[in-house]
Design a protein around this ligand. Structure first.
Ligand SMILES: [Zn+2]
Length: 285
């Protein structure tokens, strides 16, 4: 795939713009500018060499991008960076932004792009300094403005847009259950959409709880049809243009999920020209 094998055009993955956001302390630990560009270390299988991993995952809320981003990050040994986690970590720390952030959260306001990009730049520079081989971003950028700022911070190689039809997303979100005793996450939705008029069928098995949990299942208060539909509406309004932004730059990989993880994971790897060496190895053992 062209996007994965493209040569690095920048030596360092955090640009000078990003460095402006950084504290002097971080700068002093940053590697020299002649550090090697990202390459996936070819230790896992033959297909994984010569690839950069500066990837972004896009997709509607509920599509499962966190799951796939996290699986790919372990496979490729690069960090999975979710901006929500960066905010939570900063809040929990005594970092320079924690008091400002806790005020914002207390007042129920949105965290500004400037703060997010500041946290993200710091995270990328810290990762680069300790030799990370790249990153997978999840939950960022959400808007065109964020995509433009990110472009000034680092070169993104590939943007993977995970897609499911809206009726499937809705059913999946409405099927979510949490055990109020052990905190386990389950899904009672059983999706079986037949292939029709050229669109492929989609099968997603439910993720049922063990018997001990069955009587203790609760639904999150924001997993109602109205709330889920509103989340999807906001996503469509703000994030569809982000897909367009990356499509215009030839970086968007559209991936229609064919089902749950067992159906989707091998096909996603194939689309990315990757090989899950460990999966194959354990299957053969
Ligand atoms: Zn339980």
């Amino acid at each position: 795939m062209a996007a994965i094998t493209r040569r690095a055009t920048r030596v360092s993955f955090v640009s000078s713009l990003a460095r402006r956001y950084l504290s002097s302390e971080l700068n002093s630990h940053a590697p020299p500018h002649n550090s090697a560009p990202f390459r996936v270390v070819p230790t896992r299988g033959d297909d994984q060499k010569n690839s950069h991993v500066r990837w972004v995952f896009l997709g509607c809320p509920g599509v499962g991008k966190g799951t796939y981003a996290s699986r790919l990050s372990s496979l490729l040994r690069v960090p999975h960076i979710a901006t929500g986690d960066l905010v939570r970590e900063e809040l929990a720390s005594s970092g320079p932004l924690s008091s400002e952030l806790s005020e914002i959260v207390k007042q129920g306001q949105l965290v500004s792009d400037e703060i997010i990009i500041n946290l993200l730049s710091k995270r990328l520079a810290a990762g680069e300094a300790k030799g990370d081989l790249g990153f997978i971003l999840d939950g960022f950028p959400r808007t065109i403005k964020q995509a433009e700022i990110l472009e000034g911070v680092t070169d993104i190689d590939l943007v993977i847009n995970l897609r499911l039809p809206e009726n499937v997303l809705l059913e999946k979100c409405l099927g979510r259950r949490i055990c109020n005793q052990c905190g386990g996450n389950f899904n009672v939705a059983s999706i079986d959409i037949k292939a029709d008029n050229g669109s492929p069928g989609i099968v997603m098995a439910p993720l049922l709880p063990p018997t001990d949990c069955i009587t203790k299942l609760i639904t999150r208060s924001d997993d109602t049809e109205a709330v889920v539909k509103e989340r999807l509406r906001i996503y469509n309004e703000l994030s569809r243009p982000v897909e367009e932004f990356y499509r215009n730059r030839g970086k968007l990989l559209e991936f229609n999920l064919p089902g749950g993880i067992p159906e989707s994971w091998p096909k996603l790897l194939h689309a990315l020209n990757l090989d899950d060496y460990e999966d194959k190895h354990s299957a053969a053992a």
